[in-house]
Write a protein that binds this ligand. Structure first.
Ligand code: KIV
Length: 275
């Protein structure tokens, strides 16, 4: 069944958990889609896990459009959400609408995600008015890494917790169709989830959210640079891949690969004429 902004809202109302994973290319999107994951996020985490930057700040609109196009071609039923990269929406409401529009028109995303709360309510409203569904992202918002002074859990003091709750209500009011809560204490995420009508999708925000999201390289143990506390590794795919690459190298060097079944034939008399 095709996932849409309507079906994810129904899931919240019926108490059904939502699943979201990141993807950045066609093959992975296809695998995730075939596994019946509800939502695929083309995250700006691609800057780190695909492009090797140390944070998400250098990701461009062109990067996002390029990867979103590939994912959209692979996803039949999952709802494809594209991240708005750093400075593609913060600069003005006009930029926000134009760039959100490019992610839909050129990238073929079905929704966009942007980081921030009340301060971007006007942007969310304007993008929504242009018929582009918006997912908001609160808590640890990696594009604000330098303002936070590092990757840290957010909303731990009373003041910070109140601000997060207010931000969540403000983005809902502005028209957001869902909210990602990243690195937020579990009890606070649960409270936000109870107070919102739209679904919350947690990453490092406990089991009380309406859904969960992980970066696929993290959950498959394919990204060894660091492992956040909230990541569960559901498969040792990184190790399996390295072993397979080594085995391939050994077999090429020993002459075991390619074998007869991997080669194409030609009639001997054709070859003999070439000698
Ligand atoms: O960019 C990303 O992958 C994200 C998720 C971690 C939520 O924003």
């Amino acid at each position: 069944m095709k996932n849409t902004v309507v079906t994810i809202q129904q899931a919240k109302e019926q108490g059904e958990k939502l699943t979201m994973l990141t993807a950045y290319d066609y093959s992975m999107a296809k695998l995730i889609d075939e596994a019946e994951i509800n939502l695929i996020l083309v995250g700006d985490s691609l800057g780190m896990v695909m492009l090797g930057y140390e944070d998400t700040l250098s990701v461009t609109m062109e990067d996002m459009i390029h990867h979103t196009k590939a994912v959209a071609r692979g996803a039949k039923n999952a709802l494809v959400i594209a991240d708005m990269p750093f400075l593609s929406y913060q600069t003005s409401v006009y930029d926000a609408v134009c760039n959100a529009g490019r992610l839909m028109k050129e990238g073929r995303a079905q929704a966009v995600k942007l980081e921030g709360g009340q301060e971007f309510a006007e942007h969310i409203q304007a993008i929504t008015r242009a018929s582009i569904p918006v997912v908001a992202h609160l808590g640890l918002t990696p594009q604000s890494l330098n303002a936070f002074g590092g990757f840290k859990v957010q909303g731990k003091t009373e003041e910070a917790a109140r601000k997060l709750l207010q931000d969540a209500k403000a983005v809902e009011q502005a028209g957001a169709v869902a909210v990602v809560l990243e690195c937020v204490p579990a009890k606070l995420a649960e409270l936000v989830t109870k107070q919102l009508h739209i679904p919350t999708i947690g990453i490092g925000a406990g089991a009380g959210c309406d859904g969960q999201v992980l970066v696929y390289q993290d959950m498959l143990a394919m990204f060894g640079d660091f492992k956040p506390k909230f990541v569960k590794q559901f498969g040792e795919i990184g190790t399996m891949m390295k072993e397979s690459f080594r085995k391939y190298a050994q077999e090429v060097k020993s002459g075991e690969f390619p074998a007869l079944e991997h080669t194409f034939k030609i009639d001997d008399d054709v070859i003999e004429k070439l000698y």
